[in-house]
Design a protein around this ligand. Structure first.
Ligand code: ATP
Ligand code: MG
Length: 255
């Protein structure tokens, strides 16, 4: 497999009281095309910052150095890459005063020069693609009128309208109950297969990694301490931190 995204020597500094705080330190990451990479690790280890670096949405005042390539070409402007991100809480991504359809049409039109009618058609299509029952009805709803699971589907639909090749998901199911969680994970897998998407998912749930991912990266203190095929890492963890994670998660449950 070839790497869709390759990052070397990644360092990110955030502004902190009296100076800066190094949140990612000299990291290397390869994301294989068409794969699902899971990122696990303790709270504060830099998982979200790593995704935000890839998405080009670091907090104000952050500085980043890296050597990076997307699809074999050096990256000069990360904001122009076909990458989309879904967040843990879809409410933060939606304007509560705008209908779901308004959000989707806006993304579709920003991405491609479409007439209003064509953008609307694509938006409803995207809702159907994420298996929303009755997409026309959901199109006209406000974010707070939807269940958590439907809202997460609508956010995934919104991200698909930008036609990404790489989808980043930061704890996309943590806020949902177990059944809905499983449905959203199944959806991510279906989309990955149907659209040949490459997915990077951050999760606290080793069960999610086992069920969904083919590769896993384990983070601790701003560093990826271990990375490899899920089966290898879970059966023969090399790093003491990975071993302690697995020990702390009986039957590969939640961390
Ligand atoms: N906007 C910010 N400004 C400054 N520091 C931040 C900001 N966001 C996060 N940090 C710090 O950066 C470090 C890494 O945070 P990050 O959010 O990437 O961790 P995480 O691995 O995603 O944790 P969690 O599992 O809790 O989501 C932490 O020490 C955190 O306090
Ligand atoms: Mg996080």
């Amino acid at each position: 497999m070839t790497a869709l995204l390759r990052i070397d020597d990644l360092t990110v500094d955030l502004p902190a009281a009296g100076g800066t705080f190094r949140v990612l330190d000299g990291q290397r990451l390869e994301v294989e095309e068409g794969g699902i990479l899971g990122i696990v690790g303790e709270s504060g280890s830099g998982k979200t910052m790593l995704l935000r670096t890839i998405m080009g949405i670091l907090p104000e005042g952050a500085t980043r150095t890296w050597t990076a390539a997307f699809d074999g070409r050096p990256i000069d402007d990360v904001a122009r890459l076909p990458i989309a991100m879904v967040f843990q809480d879809p409410m933060t991504s939606f304007n509560p005063l705008a209908r779901i359809g308004t959000h989707l049409v806006e993304v579709a039109r920003r991405h491609a020069r479409l007439s209003r009618g064509e953008a609307r058609r694509r938006a409803v299509e995207a809702l159907a693609a994420v298996r929303v029952p009755d997409p026309e009805r959901v199109f006209g709803r406000y974010p707070h009128e939807l269940s958590g699971g439907l809202r997460q589907r609508a956010m995934i639909a919104m991200s698909l309208l930008a036609e990404p090749r790489l989808l980043l998901a930061d704890e996309p199911t943590t806020a949902l109950d177990a059944t809905v969680q499983a449905e959203i994970l199944a959806l991510l897998r279906q989309l990955q297969a149907e659209r040949r998407l490459t997915v990077v998912v951050v999760t606290h749930d080793l069960g999610v990694v086992a069920a969904l991912c083919d590769t896993v990266a384990v983070m601790k203190d701003g560093a990826i301490v271990e990375r490899g095929p899920v089966d290898d890492v879970f059966s023969q963890p090399q790093h003491p931190y990975t071993r302690s994670l697995l020990d702390a998660a009986p039957e590969r449950g939640t961390l």
